[in-house]
Design a protein around this ligand. Structure first.
Ligand code: HEM
Length: 543
């Protein structure tokens, strides 16, 4: 990983913070293996079942199907009955975007959910692409005979032993709901009731042990109508050989970790998954050169991961260094750099930790620099020294430094958003030129949905000189351009935009920008105190 890589950064944030691009805490619903208030089912169980049913459309003979979010178009099928399905779809409906697919979110649900219930931490690879139509039928049902179940799993890429393992790994969380399967769980009346497979919330092998010692309450084993005893048929189908192996807790954990990993990586053969996403220990989460409250600023936010024995903020401080882009000291000529130091984390540390981060003992501390920058000199590049217990370590993005491009800047404060079901956005950027751009376009993308899933909203908007915005004569190098668009009510109104401007023979781009939302406010920040210093070397891209 090297900065900037907005896709990796967004997915890494999802995995370890559980927070989406709009700061929604997507994974928080399953924290501590929580149950859903509405029906009492563990959220992790609902997310796990959703992902299995999505992946069960895989056909290994022709490579089609797999975990591709086609489940959202298959929920009316008998094989996908269950209140948990629609609940889970709602949980994830507002968190997908250009870089985090709906199907990557479904896979993340398994990784978060299993970790939140003290199960194994499953590596998370990404790059799943979303189907726009239903896939083939394929999810097994309790009334089906053993041979059909074996056939179904084999078409999905799992042999009989693996089938037994997958069912034993899935049916440790949650249970069977009376309203979904009234002929299996006969608790009448309006009360929602979830009859658990093993009576424990944890992702553990109690489901196996209770089955083997004859105390199981698993309704798919104990139901008197033998037609619905699918777990019994499957568990005993190799004379309990696999179940006996899974009676060892570490074998169970390792087997489930690898089977569930294979399950979420069951994707259409056209999809190429990435390497597993890893923690970025020192992460620049914002580097926004902008005009805010009539001040040209470089707003830099750094997230430091704390692992192991470190205590948060003990003797920790961060110094930032930067080079001017123009003037006598451009590129830190003469060794002259701007600098600022902070030892104070942001006062309201709102960086959450996902169940995966929690399982790995990770916490985060965040620092922000709000640097006043001379608009004439601007910034070309920055880097850091991180002090931990008095020991300094250079953080220079693998030697390249963190390059700032000032030819095209995003100015959130000048933009606006209004409306609730259909949201109209006005996006304002500054172009560092007085000449008219040969082209200036904005591509809009919104992959969120409300209710039933819609195809993503996308639009291309030509930017125009922004007559409705003004930053004042002090920022003369910049000319303002803007564009407006309205998201349809089928989305949650959470788009990102990409901007491309061609001017003076150069191309400038901004990628994956979140436009100003109606909630965004711009309180007066206290500016970081800055000075100049002498540096002996400068990361390469600034030299
Ligand atoms: C022959 C194979 C399978 C059959 C017949 C089957 C059947 C069922 C049924 C009838 C339910 C109750 C659903 C509800 O009431 O909403 C259920 C729940 C569940 N299944 Fe399966 N299942 C099978 C395989 C799997 C696999 C392979 C997994 C995952 C690896 C899995 C994970 C789950 C989970 C987590 C629940 C609990 C859902 C909740 O509490 O909301 N199942 N299963």
């Amino acid at each position: 990983y090297q900065w900037p890589n907005p896709q990796y950064e967004a997915l890494e944030r999802m995995l370890f913070e559980g927070t989406d691009n709009n700061d929604k805490a997507t994974s928080i619903l399953t924290n501590s293996c929580a149950r859903r208030v509405s029906n009492g089912s563990p959220v992790a169980a609902e997310w796990l079942r959703l992902s299995y049913h999505d992946s069960s459309t895989k056909n290994i003979t022709d490579g089609t199907g797999g975990l591709d979010a086609s489940i959202y178009y298959e929920l009316s099928r008998q094989e996908n009955i269950g209140t948990g399905m629609g609940n889970s779809m709602n949980d994830f409906s507002a968190s997908s975007n250009k870089y985090v697919s709906r199907s990557d979110l479904i896979a993340l649900g398994v990784v978060w959910g299993v970790a939140s219930c003290a199960g194994p931490v499953i590596p998370f690879r990404t790059g799943r692409t979303d189907a726009t139509v239903a896939g083939r039928f394929g999810a097994p049902q309790p009334q089906e005979i053993l041979d059909l179940a074996i056939q179904r799993f084999s078409l999905q890429g799992f042999n009989q032993t693996e089938m037994i393992g997958l069912v034993a790994c899935g049916h440790t969380l949650g249970g069977v709901n009376n309203i979904d399967f009234p002929s299996i769980v006969q608790v009448p009346g309006p009360t929602l009731f979830n009859r658990e497979f093993d009576g424990t919330d944890a992702f553990d092998n109690a489901v196996v042990l209770q089955y083997l010692n004859g105390t199981t309450k698993n309704p798919l084993v104990t139901i008197s109508n033998t037609l619905f005893q699918s777990d019994l048929r499957i568990f005993q189908s190799d004379n309990n050989a696999t179940m006996n192996l899974l009676a060892n807790p570490s074998v169970y954990s390792a087997t489930c970790g690898s089977l569930l990993e294979r399950m979420i990586n069951t994707v259409p053969s056209t999809v190429q998954l990435s390497d597993a996403i890893e923690l970025i220990p020192f992460k620049v989460t914002r580097a926004l050169l902008t005009v805010e409250n009539s001040q040209f600023v470089l707003d830099v936010v750094i997230r430091v991961a704390i692992t192991g024995e470190d205590t948060p903020a003990s003797g920790r401080a961060i110094t930032i260094f930067w080079c001017d882009a123009y003037g006598a000291n451009a590129g830190c000529a003469g060794g002259v750099a701007g600098t600022s130091t902070t030892a104070s984390p942001t006062p309201f540390n709102d960086v959450l930790v996902s169940p995966v981060g929690q399982a790995q003992g990770i916490s985060f501390v965040e620092y922000e620099f709000f640097l006043p920058i001379d608009v004439e000199k601007s910034v070309s590049n920055f880097w850091f020294e991180l002090f931990t217990d008095g020991v300094a370590a250079t953080q220079d993005n693998g030697g390249a430094g963190f390059a700032v491009q000032d030819g095209l800047i995003f100015i959130p404060q000048q933009g606006s958003a209004s409306g609730s079901s259909q949201v109209t956005f006005d996006v304002i950027v500054g172009v560092r030129s007085q000449n008219t751009p040969t082209s200036a376009t904005m591509n809009v993308f919104d992959n969120t949905f409300t209710g039933t899933p819609s195809t993503p909203f996308s639009a291309t908007v030509q930017l125009q000189p922004a007559t409705n915005a003004a930053i004042g004569p002090a920022f003369a190098p910049y000319t303002l351009y803007g564009g407006t668009f309205t998201t349809p009510s089928s989305t949650a109104g959470l788009p990102t935009v990409d901007i491309a401007v061609q001017v003076d023979g150069a191309n400038h781009t901004l990628d994956f920008i979140r436009p100003r939302s109606a909630q965004d406010t711009f309180p007066t920040h206290s500016l970081s105190s800055v000075s100049t210093t002498t540096v002996s070397s400068v990361p390469t891209s600034a030299a």
